[in-house]
Ligand binder design. Structure first.
Ligand SMILES: C[S@@+](CC[C@H](N)C(=O)[O-])C[C@H]1O[C@@H](n2cnc3c(N)ncnc32)[C@H](O)[C@@H]1O
Length: 329
């Protein structure tokens, strides 16, 4: 971390506490510590005996969180790891509540040297964990035009993905991309400024960030890990910022909330096998930030908070693939 101060305004702070209901004696896991804004609220509210485990894959976040949580010394433990690894750290059924506040922290975009921002000069990096192998520069300089089009469409919902990909492949044939601003300028030249509210590179930068960090793959494995470490009646609180993240969270929760198992690959209604649901949504609708919150923190505008209550665990040693409904040991 250079000289910058790690500043991130936590999204939906009151609503997160209302959902998690931290209490003294409770055990909580924050899988997205960031600057530990939510984590410190959880520790405050769960005093004097609540315990918090916190993880993040970003070393800058881990350092900032350690500083911020000093007043709660003895009541928290922090580890740097990706989502999927939390169940190697914490045992099955150990937590009363788990928080996943998805997406990026403000310093990741505000600090030019992290390479996430199309407005700030930096190496074209975008890795949350700087130990990971692949950077955004590797992707734009080596992936085929078709692969670029696919991720710009899928993760960025960029309607002019083909035009951007073509501009990138032509430019890199002359000189490979090294910096954020080189890419931003190339996209701006290709798409032009049509009086859009957003910079023309917004969608492509989002797509690259999601690909570099395998954000949806991480979420898929992270949800499974979070579910494992939750106790019965524990709560999984997610805050999503992207429609693909929200869809995955909903599919995951709907799967565990179902009162039947599919009897065939087509899920034919007549063949469904009744079962007791393993989860319940706290409310059908996602909680969204108030107008006041989005006014004071525009980055909160697309946030959606959902809470899933774990009603029962599967028998010891048994697991179920939430994508297919298949059980295994
Ligand atoms: C929105 S910020 C969290 C902010 C935090 N709740 C606060 O109040 O300060 C999201 C954090 O999650 C981390 N993160 C994202 N994906 C991750 C993953 N797959 N594994 C571990 N951490 C991840 C990011 O590095 C980032 O610091």
């Amino acid at each position: 971390m250079k000289d910058e101060v790690f500043q991130h305004l936590s999204v939906l702070p009151r609503e997160t506490l209302e959902a998690l209901e931290p209490r003294s004696g409770g055990v909580y896991l924050d899988m997205t510590l960031g600057g530990a804004g939510h984590a410190s609220l959880v520790l405050e509210q769960s005093g004097p005996d609540g315990k918090l485990y916190g993880t993040d894959r970003d070393g800058d976040a881990i350092r900032a969180a350690g500083e911020r949580l000093k007043p709660f010394e003895g009541r928290f433990e922090i580890r740097r790891c990706p989502f999927a690894d939390v169940s190697d750290w914490l045992g099955e059924g150990t937590c009363d509540g788990v928080l996943m506040d998805l997406g990026i922290s403000s310093p990741q975009v505000d600090w030019g040297h992290r390479g996430f921002s199309f407005m700030k000069m930096g190496n074209l990096d975008m890795r949350m964990d700087v130990g990971d192998q692949v950077t955004a520069a590797d992707i734009v300089n080596t992936w085929s035009g078709d692969e670029l089009i696919r991720i710009f469409r899928l993760y960025g919902e960029e309607p002019r993905a083909r035009r951007v990909a073509q501009a990138i492949t032509e430019r890199r044939a002359v000189k490979p991309f090294e910096t954020t601003l080189q890419l931003a300028e190339c996209i701006e030249t290709a798409l032009g400024r049509r009086g859009d509210k957003h910079h023309p590179a917004t969608r492509v930068f989002q797509a690259l960030r999601m690909q570099v960090n395998d954000e949806l793959g991480q979420l898929e494995r992270g949800l499974v890990a979070a579910w494992k470490v939750l106790k019965e009646h524990g709560k999984l609180v997610t805050i999503s910022f992207h429609s693909l993240e929200a869809r995955m969270v909903k599919q995951f929760g709907n799967f565990w909330s179902l009162d039947y198992r599919a009897g065939d690959a087509m899920d034919t209604p007549a063949l469904r096998i009744p079962k007791q649901p393993c989860a319940r949504w706290l409310s059908r609708k996602a909680v969204k930030p108030s107008v006041e919150e989005t006014r004071s923190n525009p980055r909160a505008r697309s946030a959606q908070l959902r809470t899933l209550i774990k009603l029962r665990a599967l028998p010891a040693g048994e697991e179920m693939d939430w994508r297919t409904g298949k059980r295994f040991r």
